[in-house]
Design a binder for this molecule. Structure first.
Ligand code: KMH
Ligand code: ZN
Length: 282
């Protein structure tokens, strides 16, 4: 199955997320220095994009705009990675704070395409909010990555593009986030079923949460897709073996991509795939 950029594999690392506590997972990068070191290590083993959630001085998730701007600047200074900020934040973050993330002017930002149960919580993404994110990114020249937690959200993406036009850069890229309790399962059948609903010409990445990591990774590679890995999504490398660091996960994905004869894309190749300019000019 041929897909845009499928001669090579875009590897995105999601190193931190908003769900794990530093106290439980000491190897989780939470300070800016830890994040930059992690990003550099992941770039060395094949990552081309970093999906960023930041933490405050208390190691808890924050959407502080000043810290977000500082983070974007530091990652740009010390790596060539495409810098993608999460607008998903934590399930408790208000919409206004999540929208304000765009003012940090990252290369890319996530845009979740609908509301989903998220374990015992609800990850709320009202239609009006999704439209505001999409338009906010169009206005600022930020390239979205549409996060899909359940298959019906792909129908919402088609509706969004029909009603409000293509994103900045003119390319559509989707990330299938599979295996969240409350969302679509992380298995081969579901991933293949989702592809039927991808907008025409869209590229896709996939990530499987927890123990769905490997089946999702292997299926995505076979289907011409790209990969997201990282400690946001899994903190186990194998049964009973905690992840050593994010670079370990990226290196495994890069190895599998090479075996699949779809080696990791460089950041420059990934920018071409996604339609990302650098740095963002408003
Ligand atoms: N932390 C989740 C509630 C995103 O980054 O855009 C949302 C999330 C999605 O991680
Ligand atoms: Zn995220």
């Amino acid at each position: 199955m041929s897909r845009p950029g499928s001669h090579g594999t875009l590897l995105t690392v999601a190193p931190t997320g908003a769900e794990h506590a530093k106290a439980d997972v000491p190897q989780l990068p939470v300070t800016l220095a830890e994040l930059v070191r992690t990003a550099q290590a992941c770039e060395q083993v094949g990552a081309a994009m970093v999906h960023v959630h930041i933490r405050g001085a208390d190691a808890k998730p924050t959407l502080d705009l000043g810290l977000l701007k500082e983070t974007v600047a530091a990652l740009r200074e010390h790596t060539d990675l495409i810098v993608q900020l999460s607008t998903g934040g934590a399930v408790t973050d208000p919409e206004a704070d999540r929208l304000r993330v765009l003012d940090a002017l990252p290369d890319s930002a996530s845009c979740t395409m609908g509301t989903v149960n998220f374990g015992d919580d609800v990850f709320l993404n009202r239609w009006e909010f999704v439209v505001a994110l999409h338009k906010g990114m169009q206005e600022r020249g930020i390239v979205p990555e549409y996060e899909i937690f359940d298959i019906g959200q792909l129908a919402s993406l088609r509706r969004l593009l029909d009603q409000h036009g293509l994103p900045a850069g003119g390319k559509v890229h989707v990330d299938l986030v599979m295996g969240v309790p409350g969302g679509m399962p992380g298995d081969a059948e579901t991933l293949v079923a989702a592809l039927r609903l991808l907008p025409e010409g869209a590229s896709f990445s996939a990530t499987g949460i927890g123990r769905t990591t490997l089946p999702v990774m292997l299926t995505a590679l076979a289907a011409g897709g790209h990969l997201r890995v990282g400690m946001e999504d899994t903190i186990s490398y194998a049964k009973g073996q905690p992840v050593r660091d994010n670079a370990q996960l990226v290196a495994r994905a890069a190895g599998l991509a090479k075996i699949a004869q779809r080696p990791p894309l460089s950041p420059a190749q990934a920018r071409a795939l996604l339609g990302v300019r650098s740095p963002v000019q408003v």
